[in-house]
Structures are given as structure tokens and as C-alpha cells.
Design a protein around this ligand. Structure first.
Ligand code: MRU
Length: 347
């Protein structure tokens, strides 16, 4: 299995996801500013992976705070968190991880050197927990996937695999679990314009793992459903509001509409940390707007005429009523039942 974020004694290595699949390169991160830049430029991407990377970023920032005075240390750690939080607005895991690190620092008794040690241990725990969480999502997903046909044809969007998490994946983790349980015939991977995470990353992961994968352009998904080539759709999430409305990679909403039109179940797979219980519904989810160059070009090639304007929201919101179930590490529930998970104690 791939691990996109690894702690190496005194620094972090990231698989550079902007270079895959043509080049496998690893980037060394030693300062929190460089971690913030890596998140912003999408060297590391995918909501859970961003959370793990940010947790290590918090430790790297803490390590460099040159004071033994607790109050000053905590104030400067707030500044580190603010820099990391300013990188990408939609994936709530980023805010969740930074806030968990801040809370840990505030609650730890002892001197600054001790707090720093505890922060490293907490980042490592967040990293390990995410892998366990993803495996649980995969198992829970198997419980709700259609039982007929025996071998499923699943369609997914963007990249939600090992690369998008600490390892294993969320929606692609469900695909992986289905494959391991001999319940998968094939996964269709939407290419996912503009950044092509499906064509570049999901396809690459599947080829590595020998999971049968067919890449389609985003515009082909409706046709594939109409042709009865798809048994279920499984996607990830960047932020889920309390009512189940789900922000995920741009194009997810149209997939959900088309799936509904063809009576194909549409599942969202995400860890509990992706649910933002403070937001009542999806209209409150901040949607990241990215550079128009992502639309204007494919790779280094300009495809649009100069003079035209471009609109580039990175995510859209799928209304809860289009979602059959939200598969989390604590179980799969209807979007209307998310509150039950919040109340449930961690096992
Ligand atoms: O812009 P990205 O590549 O970070 O967007 C990723 C997605 O939208 C994923 O579907 C989501 O983060 C879930 S990843 C397990």
C-alpha cells in the first residue's frame, strides 16, 4: 500500500502528487511554511491526507518556536495554525487536524519541550488512526453495497485512495475492499477535470494494485449509467454538513443527479472527521475557487482562446436527498441519521 505522508525521524516526506503518474518523486518537508505550500499547490491533496499533513505541519511549526515561555509558545502556535488553515478552505479535515493539535498543546501539562514531544506523538497518532479509519470504512462499505450482481461495477470520481488519505482510501478503500472480497468486476474512474485526479491518480493506484480500472471522461458517466454499465457510485467527501449535504470534487453533484435518474445507488464514503456538525446544511460549506489556468490549460498546453473568462470552483455540493448512505468508520447511515454517529461513543 502507498503512504503519501511519512514521518522520517526529523522531517516529513510527501509523494509529489502533481507529478504522478509520469514521475514518482518524493518531497522533503522540514518547515511548516513548506507544508502549507505543499497543501496549497496540491503536492499533497485529498481531505484526510491534507489533515495528516497539516498535523505534521503543526508539529514542524511548533518545533521551530524558539521560546520556553508557555504563553508565548501557544500564541505563536496559533499563528502556525492560521497559516496552515489558510491553504484550502473546503476540506474540513484540515481545520479538524489543526484544532486537535492546538487543543492538545493547550491541554498538555509541562514545559514547552514536553508539549513539542506530545505534539509529534499526536500527529503520528492522527496518521495511524486515519489508516485504521479507512479500513473500517472499507469494511462498512461492503455491508451496504448492492448484493446483486455478485461482481459489481462501481463508478468513482476524483481520487479517494491511498494517495488521498494516510493509506488505503475512503471511496477507493470501499472499491479496494470489494476487490479483496471478490465482489468487484471493475471500477470506472472519471478523469475529473480540471486537475485529472481520476485519470492520473486513481487509475495509477488501481494499476499498481491490479484492480481492473476503466478511465472515462466526466462527460461519459451518464452514458455509462444509461447503458447499464454501473451498479453503484461511490465517492469521497471534503466536508459533510449536519444534514448530510456533501461537498466533494466538482462534478460529483451531476453524477448524483444522473445516478438518481437511473435508479443507481449513490454512496459517500468518509471518516467521521469529514462531518462538520457545526454546519446545518451545504449552503454554509465554503467552496474553494482555484486559478483559471487549471481550466485554460491541460498540463502545459493552452486549450482555450485568450480573452475568454474562466470559472473554476474546485468542489460542488450534493444535496443529501440524492445520497443513499454515508459510509463512515462508525457505520453506514442515511444522511438524515448522521447525528446518531456523533452521539455514538468511540469503540
Ligand atoms: O482537490 P482535491 O484533489 O484535494 O479533492 C479531493 C476530493 O475531492 C476527494 O474526493 C475528497 O477529498 C475525499 S479524499 C478521501
Amino acid at each position: 500500500m502507498l503512504y503519501p505522508v511519512i514521518w522520517q525521524q526529523d522531517h516529513v516526506t510527501l509523494i509529489d502528487q502533481t507529478r504522478l503518474p509520469t514521475e514518482y518523486a518524493v518531497v522533503e518537508i522540514r518547515r511548516y511554511e513548506d507544508m502549507a505550500a505543499a497543501i496549497q499547490t496540491m503536492i499533497v491533496r485529498g481531505a484526510p491526507a491534507i489533515g495528516v499533513a497539516a498535523a505534521y505541519g503543526m508539529y514542524l511549526g511548533a518545533r521551530d518556536i524558539d521560546t520556553t515561555e508557555r504563553g508565548e509558545f501557544l500564541a505563536r502556535l496559533d499563528e502556525v495554525a492560521n497559516v496552515l488553515k489558510a491553504t484550502r478552505p473546503t476540506a474540513v479535515n484540515l481545520f479538524w487536524a489543526c484544532d486537535r493539535m492546538l487543543k492538545t498543546a493547550r491541554q498538555t501539562v509541562g514545559n514547552v519541550a514536553h508539549i513539542k514531544q506530545v505534539l509529534l506523538a499526536t500527529a503520528q497518532r492522527i496518521n495511524e488512526e486515519d489508516i485504521e479509519t479507512c479500513k473500517a470504512i472499507g469494511d462498512r462499505g461492503l455491508e451496504v453495497l448492492p448484493t446483486i450482481p455478485e461482481k459489481l461495477r462501481l463508478l468513482t470520481h476524483c481520487n479517494t485512495g491511498s494517495l488521498a488519505t494516510a493509506g488505503y482510501g475512503t471511496a477507493l478503500g470501499v472499491v479496494r475492499s470489494a476487490w479483496q472480497a471478490s465482489r468487484l468486476e471493475r471500477v470506472y474512474a472519471d478523469e475529473t477535470r480540471p486537475r485529472l485526479q481520476g485519470a492520473k491518480l486513481t487509475a495509477w493506484e488501481c494499476v499498481q494494485e491490479k484492480i481492473p480500472v476503466t478511465v472515462i471522461s466526466d462527460s461519459m458517466a451518464a452514458h455509462c449509467m444509461q447503458q447499464k454499465m454501473v451498479d453503484a457510485v461511490v465517492v469521497g467527501a471534503d466536508r459533510i454538513a449536519a444534514n448530510g449535504d456533501t461537498a466533494n470534487k466538482i462534478g460529483t453533484y451531476s453524477l448524483a443527479l444522473v445516478a438518481k435518474a437511473h435508479d443507481i445507488p449513490f454512496f459517500v464514503a468518509a471518516p467521521l472527521s469529514t462531518i462538520d456538525f457545526q454546519l446545518e446544511n451545504g449552503t454554509e460549506i465554503p467552496i474553494e475557487q482555484r486559478d483559471s489556468q487549471e481550466i485554460y490549460r491541460i498540463g502545459d498546453t493552452q486549450i482555450c482562446p485568450p480573452g475568454a473568462e474562466y470559472y473554476n470552483p474546485a468542489f460542488d455540493v450534493t444535496p443529501a436527498h440524492l445520497i443513499a448512505a454515508i459510509i463512515t468508520d462508525r457505520g453506514a447511515v442515511a444522511p438524515t441519521e448522521l447525528a446518531q454517529l456523533q452521539a455514538q461513543p468511540v469503540s
